[in-house]
Design a protein around this ligand. Structure first.
Ligand code: 2NL
Length: 344
């Protein structure tokens, strides 16, 4: 029995030292120290031994077990350490390598233009107001002095959802709603930026969906000269302090009198070129004094209150400011176009 135990010890230790994986070690442990292993078997046969031999063999068996177990633990530690070394070597980082460039986005050109205009008008005491894109016939047309049968209400020109609902064709209904909310009780000084919709065939200068910013100032004693002063500030802020403006008579159903504003052409400085079609002036926006009917319908007494209003297309402003030649560039979202206007 003694020899058998010594033999097992030598055999097991040899296997441990020649093993190369943690799995091998586990297999050896099960094979030699497990319940069905040879050492357990030896211990089971101890019943046949004499009183004197029994403790000697018992002690030896335990020593052999311990020796094998220690050898397994030691080897396991060594293999684990090696594995860790290997892993660390494989995963080592060269922190001096230059980084990969990251694509950084930025605001859309239209967003930047709208925000720039908002900031300017906030500075002049205007509030920013938003409203629904699906509008009622009343707020989109009726409240703006566009009664039923008016040519601008042609079914062919608007996206109708039902008889009474449509996609708004301008942002004026936001202003009509705001005046209605205040019920003629206090002044209104607001601008409303937002998306609007018209049934147009898309081309270089038309889009079925585009952006509008309208402004409204209703108070006692508001004059056309107030409109002119505000629009002059706007034109110079957006296109340069050396720009001149002029107002021409025009017509809108919701303003009386109505005007259109031109700025002096910055390409030719007023001399006449292809951009201004030889006139030296470029049309920028429209406006006028709020029609008394519009004030009245919103609950403002036109004998006490009056106001000015204007409307512009940010796409047109951006196209003129940056020389964009096709409105569809704003909606195609080609990053090669968009990234030219990122400030960072
Ligand atoms: C244009 C012209 C305009 C208005 C919009 C307006 C709104 C109310 C009352 C009166 Cl609530 N007027 N808006 C007035 C004149 C012109 O837009 O050419 N837009 C692109």
């Amino acid at each position: 029995m003694k020899e058998r135990l010594e033999e097992l010890k030598v055999e097991a230790l040899e296997k441990v030292s020649s093993s190369n994986t943690l799995k091998d070690l586990q297999d050896i442990r099960v094979a030699y120290l497990g319940k069905k292993g040879p050492i357990t078997e030896v211990l089971r046969g101890m019943g046949k031994l004499s009183q004197e031999e029994r403790p000697v063999i018992g002690e030896l068996a335990n020593k052999v077990r311990e020796a094998i177990s220690d050898a397994l633990d030691e080897k396991k530690e060594k293999l684990e350490a090696e594995e860790l070394e290997k892993k660390l070597a494989e995963e080592s980082l060269d922190v001096t390598l230059p980084g990969r460039p990251v694509q950084v986005g930025g605001p859309h050109l239209l967003t930047s233009i709208v925000e720039e205009i908002e900031d300017l008008f906030i500075g002049m005491g205007f509030e920013i107001k938003e409203g629904p894109e699906v509008e009622t016939d009343y707020y989109n047309f009726e409240a703006l002095n566009l009664p039923k049968g008016h040519p601008a209400r042609d079914m062919q020109d608007s996206f109708y959802i039902t008889e009474e609902l449509l996609l708004r064709t301008h942002t004026s209904p936001v202003q009509a709603r705001t005046m209605g909310e205040y019920e003629g009780s206090k002044p209104v000084k607001m601008i409303c930026p937002g998306k609007v919709y018209r049934r147009d065939t898309d081309d270089a200068t038309h889009s079925h969906q585009f952006t509008q910013i309208e402004g409204l100032y209703v108070d006692k004693n508001v004059r056309m000269s107030d409109l002119k002063g505000v629009l002059n500030r706007f034109a110079k802020h957006m296109f340069g302090e050396d720009r001149e403006i002029r107002l021409r008579p025009s017509f809108f159903p919701f303003t009386e009198p109505s005007v259109e504003m031109d700025i002096s052409c910055k390409v030719c400085n007023g001399k006449g070129c292809s951009v201004c079609k030889g006139t030296g002036w470029i049309e920028i926006l429209g406006g006028g004094m709020v029609h008394p009917r519009v004030l009245e319908m919103a609950g403002y007494d036109p004998k006490v209150y009056n106001g000015f209003a204007f409307g512009m297309g940010p796409e047109r402003i951006a196209m003129l400011k940056y020389g964009v030649d096709d409105i569809r560039h704003f909606y195609m979202n080609d990053v090669r176009f968009l990234k030219q206007y990122h400030k960072v």
